[in-house]
Write a protein that binds this ligand. Structure first.
Ligand SMILES: [Zn+2]
Length: 438
C-alpha cells in the first residue's frame, strides 16, 4: 500500500465539512470598531445611489459605505434584479403581538428559495467614534441618510418609512431613517472590504420576517448581485409564519434574550424560550456524546428544566463539529475502537437533536459526514440517499464556490466509487486484521 495513504483521512479532500466562508467577526464595542477602522487608512463614508445600469434613472438602493468599497463593487450598475419564485409563496400579514410578519401561503419545501430581494438601504453595521459630531457616532451616517433619502423612488421611500423603529428618536429625519435601518437591517457582508465587511441592509419584505430561536428560514446575502435570498430550512406548512434568527442560536436562552432586548427591545416568546410542552427527542439517543444529566421524567412542564436542557443541547450542537472531526479520524484509523455504526449513530442523533432545537440550518455538516461514512463503508445506497439530501439543502455558500461544491457532490452521487472516501473504513479494517495476524 503506498505510504501516501496516511494522509487520506484529511478532511478538506472530501469537500467537507462544507466549506462555508468563515464570517469575519463583527467588532462588538466602539473601541474594537475604532481599531478595525484605524488599521486601514481613509475611513470616510460615501454614499452611492445603486441602479441596475449606468443609464437607469431609478435608484433601488442607497449604499452608504466606507470608500474602499466604491472601486470594488458594481461601478456601472448591479444588473437586472435577480429572479425569484412567482407567484410569491407568502403574504405579509398582521401577527398578534409582533406587528406584521411573513406567512407562507402554501407548503414550502426544505431548501426552497422563498424570495430574492434587493435592499432599499445599506449602511455600515458599526461606525467609528466621531467625537466631533454633535449627534455622536451615528451622526455622520444620519447626515448622509438625510441628504440622500430623497433620491430613492417614491415606492421605496414609502416601503421604508412604513417599517418599525425601536431605536431612540431625537426627532431629526436622519435619526429616524437610521433608527429604521438599525431596527430592520439584516447582516449583509462585503468580503472585499478593507475596513469592516459588515453592513446592515433593509429589505422591503425579508426585513418583515419575525425572529424565532428555531427559525424555519435562513437569509443569505449575495454580495456580487447585491441581493438577499430567503431559503426554507425545513418544510414550512401553509399558513405557518416564516421566521429567521436575529441572534446567535447556539447561545443559552438568557443570553439570547439579553441580546434581543438590547438590540430590538423585545422579549422572545418562541417555544424554545417559553416552552409550554415537554420537549422530547423524536426517538431515544444512542451515542454517548448526546447523554445529558438531570432530564426530568415527569410529564408536567418545568419551564426552567426545559430551558436548561435546551441550553445544554445547543451547546452540544455548537461543539459537535470539532468532536466529529476527532471521531472521523479515529474511526478511520486501523486501531479504531468504534464500531462501523458508531460514527453514523453520532450524526443520526445530531439530526434528531438539531430538529428538536429548530437549528436545521446547521445540519448540512452532519449529512455530509453521513454520506461519506456510507462511502467509507462502501454502502452505495446510503451514500446516494444522504448525498441527494445534501444537494437539496440550503446551506451552500453563495456564488461560484457553492455551485462548484454542489457540482462535485452531484458527480459523486452519480458515481459513488469516485468519492474520495470510498472504501476507506473497509480498507483500514483490512489493515487492522492484517496486523492482528502478524
Ligand atoms: Zn426564542
Amino acid at each position: 500500500m503506498p505510504s501516501s495513504k496516511t494522509n487520506r483521512t484529511e478532511l478538506p479532500r472530501f469537500g467537507w465539512p462544507i466549506q462555508v466562508k468563515p464570517e469575519p467577526c463583527l467588532p462588538t464595542t466602539p473601541e474594537e470598531a475604532e481599531a478595525a477602522f484605524s488599521a486601514n487608512g481613509d475611513r470616510s463614508v460615501a454614499v452611492r445611489a445603486c441602479r441596475e445600469s449606468f443609464q437607469s434613472t431609478s435608484v433601488f438602493c442607497l449604499w452608504i459605505v466606507y470608500k474602499d468599497l466604491l472601486n470594488e463593487y458594481a461601478q456601472q450598475g448591479w444588473g437586472p434584479p435577480p429572479e425569484f419564485p412567482t407567484p410569491p409563496p407568502f403574504s405579509i400579514e398582521p401577527i398578534t403581538g409582533c406587528g406584521r410578519g411573513m406567512v407562507a401561503n402554501r407548503v414550502i419545501k426544505t431548501g426552497e428559495t422563498i424570495l430574492v430581494e434587493r435592499p432599499i438601504v445599506m449602511h455600515p453595521a458599526a461606525v467609528p467614534l466621531s467625537p466631533d459630531h454633535p449627534r455622536g457616532m451615528w451622526g455622520v451616517v444620519e447626515d448622509m441618510y438625510e441628504v440622500s433619502f430623497p433620491h430613492l423612488g417614491e415606492r421605496e421611500r414609502s416601503l421604508y418609512m412604513d417599517l418599525w423603529n425601536c431605536k431612540q428618536l431625537t426627532g431629526t429625519l436622519g435619526n429616524q431613517l437610521v433608527g429604521i435601518a438599525r431596527t430592520n437591517g439584516l447582516q449583509s457582508t462585503f468580503t472585499r472590504s478593507k475596513h469592516l465587511p459588515h453592513y446592515g441592509g433593509v429589505y422591503p419584505n425579508i426585513s418583515r420576517c419575525n425572529h424565532s430561536c428555531g427559525p424555519n428560514a435562513t437569509v443569505k446575502f449575495d454580495e456580487e448581485k447585491m441581493a438577499m435570498r430567503l431559503l426554507a430550512n425545513r418544510t414550512i406548512s401553509a399558513r405557518e409564519q416564516i421566521t429567521i434568527s436575529y441572534t446567535v442560536l447556539g447561545d443559552p436562552c438568557a443570553d439570547r434574550q439579553d441580546d434581543l432586548k438590547t438590540k430590538y427591545v423585545f422579549t422572545c416568546a418562541c417555544k424554545h424560550c417559553k416552552p409550554t410542552k415537554r420537549s422530547r427527542p423524536s426517538r431515544p439517543l444512542k451515542h454517548p456524546y448526546w447523554n445529558i444529566p438531570n432530564q426530568t421524567t415527569s410529564d408536567q412542564v418545568d419551564v426552567e428544566a426545559e430551558i436548561y436542557v435546551s441550553d445544554v443541547r445547543r451547546d452540544q450542537i455548537s461543539d459537535r463539529l470539532s468532536h466529529a472531526e476527532e471521531l472521523w479520524e479515529e474511526w478511520l484509523s486501523p486501531l479504531s475502537k468504534q464500531s462501523d455504526r458508531d460514527l453514523l449513530q453520532f450524526h443520526e442523533d445530531a439530526l434528531v437533536i438539531i430538529a428538536q432545537e429548530g437549528m436545521e440550518f446547521t445540519r448540512i455538516h452532519d449529512i455530509a459526514y453521513l454520506a461519506h461514512a456510507c462511502a467509507a463503508l462502501e454502502d452505495e445506497g446510503g451514500f446516494r440517499r444522504w448525498g441527494n439530501m445534501l444537494i437539496s439543502l440550503s446551506g451552500w455558500s453563495q456564488g461560484d464556490e457553492g455551485g462548484l461544491q454542489m457540482k462535485t457532490w452531484q458527480d459523486w452521487v452519480r458515481e459513488p466509487k469516485t468519492s474520495p472516501a470510498w472504501g476507506l473504513r473497509v480498507q483500514t479494517r483490512g489493515m487492522a486484521k492484517g496486523k492482528g495476524k502478524a
